[in-house]
Design a protein around this ligand. Structure first.
Ligand code: GDP
Ligand code: GDP
Length: 440
């Protein structure tokens, strides 16, 4: 199931980030806000009128402030290549700007649905926004991102422009995405995996508009490799390339069950690596980390230890993810990748029987009582696993506000210790029980 992508595009300072945050911040629009990842949000999963989509903020990127015209066009081009619907934002207070016309020119050539958004209309007046008809996208939607005015109409128009929900692609197959910065070796890993003796690649490769998919069998099970590296386009600036690779990764991860995150051992961990690695975690997909080009690294034992420590301290949110030191070039440990994928898929789909879950919960609570806050005692009544892929557990309590972050972490660690859940995010939600009187 692939969620469509809606990109917010426009010249700097028109209010793209403000609009993004407004939509992301709407209670209705937020789906599964996951704590623990510290980075600027580049995208958010949004929902409106039962349609889900990914909202991407092109302004959230670290593009240089003194924009060259060319860079803007490039940013716009990359964004629209990946998007299904474009929100083209202009500044209603500043009026029509020459750069708006440049962006419009690019957008028009793509043939993608474009919704023209005139922002900063804090006070509505008839006739406002008329000058923007010149951009050629018809009647604009007038909004104030800052004051959250008219966003409903904008979202209505947005979901109306989304492509029809597609069909589920081969639901029986495990979908595996390979993501990572450019040049870390994604294509090489892909080829190495498919070149393995026991891997039977289907003679008829499937394709989607997003990426090239390769169906194959391994130990009697069906898989689909989603190859984000297979399609290459040239991007000139480093920022644009980074942005482009993240968007591409987003779409692939969204379709996947398991994501292989590839790093280049020679570079250790870059900021960009960490950003990319956070994507499957946030989206609730299983993860296996691959530290590639291990053949280039000297003094391997020591380096492996250092690497491991660094992975765990700098990406604490991914402690559950297994990792392998591999070389796509020499084939070192490449044979371990699919068995690892198999293992984490099981965990991703693991369902713990309710009795067992509650037994472990009771033991945990007995060993370490929930601390009280402001004189109030948190009471945890019982747990239910409401979902798999990823495993999602509801804990029914007297008052969710009494839950401290550290206690949540303690419970998550306990569940992981007792049940495994290796490689998969684990979602724990505290719910208020329709409680008996003494709990109120
Ligand atoms: P971006 O560069 O396109 O992402 O623009 P930002 O979201 O950073 O906004 C640029 C400036 O416009 C900021 O100072 C915002 O506070 C302001 N701004 C954004 N939306 C509105 C709005 O609806 N009304 C007004 N008056 N100002 C806004
Ligand atoms: P992608 O952009 O992430 O798909 O990266 P590629 O698979 O195209 O690889 C980028 C470069 O790294 C190419 O020159 C590869 O030959 C090289 N490379 C990939 N894997 C390895 C490896 O395990 N060891 C070494 N030494 N080079 C590698």
């Amino acid at each position: 199931m692939s969620k469509p992508v809606v990109a917010i595009v426009g010249r700097p300072n028109v209010g793209k980030s403000t609009l993004f945050n407004r939509i992301a911040g709407r209670r209705l629009a937020i789906v599964d806000k996951v704590a623990g990842v510290t980075r600027d949000r580049l995208y958010t999963e949004a929902e409106w009128e039962n349609r889900r989509f990914l909202l991407v903020d092109t302004g959230g990127l670290d593009f240089k402030k003194d924009f060259l015209q060319q860079e803007i066009s490039q940013q716009a081009v990359l964004a629209v290549n990946e998007a299904d619907v474009i929100l083209f934002v202009v500044d209603g207070r500043a009026g029509l700007h020459p750069l708006d016309l440049d962006v419009a020119g690019i957008l028009r050539r793509t043939g993608k649905p474009v919704i023209l958004v005139v922002n900063k209309v804090d006070i509505y007046q008839p006739g406002l926004g008329a000058e923007f008809f010149a951009l050629g996208f018809g009647e604009p939607v007038l909004v104030s991102a800052e004051h959250a005015l008219n966003l409903g109409e904008l979202l209505d128009k947005t979901v109306a422009s989304l492509p029809a929900a597609g069909e589920e692609e081969d639901p029986g197959a495990v979908k595996v995405a390979i993501i990572g910065r450019p040049n870390v070796g994604k294509s090489s890993v892909l080829n190495a995996v498919l070149g393995e003796e026991r891997v039977i690649v289907s003679p008829v490769p499937g394709t989607t508009r997003d990426a090239v998919d390769t169906p194959f069998q391994f130990q009697g099970e069906n898989y689909i490799l989603i190859d984000t590296a297979g399609i290459r386009r040239k991007a000139r600036s480093g920022d644009a390339l980074e942005y482009y690779s993240i968007l591409r990764a987003l779409r692939a991860v969204e379709r996947s069950d398991v994501t292989l995150v590839v790093f280049d051992a020679g570079d250790f961990l870059t900021e960009q690596d960490k950003k990319v690695a956070g994507i499957p975690h946030e989206m609730g997909r299983a993860t296996v980390l691959l530290i590639n080009k291990w053949d280039l690294v000297e003094n391997k034992f020591q380096t492996a230890r250092e690497y491991e420590e660094r992975l765990y301290t700098e990406m604490a949110f991914l402690r559950y993810a297994p990792f392998l030191f591999i070389s796509a070039r020499t084939g070192q440990r490449v044979g371990k990748i699919l068995p690892e994928v198999r293992r984490v898929v099981k965990e991703y789909n693991r369902r713990v029987p309710t009795g067992r879950l509650n037994q472990v919960l009771r033991e945990a609570v007995d060993n370490y009582h929930p601390p009280s806050r402001k004189g109030k005692q948190l009471k945890i009544y019982y747990a239910t696993q409401v979902k798999t892929a990823p495993p999602t557990i509801h804990l029914w309590v007297n008052n969710p506000e009494l839950v401290h972050f550290s206690y949540r972490r303690f419970l998550e660690n306990t569940f992981r210790e007792r049940f495994g859940f290796t490689g998969t995010p684990l979602r724990i939600t505290f719910r208020r029980r329709e409680a008996a009187k003494e709990d109120q």
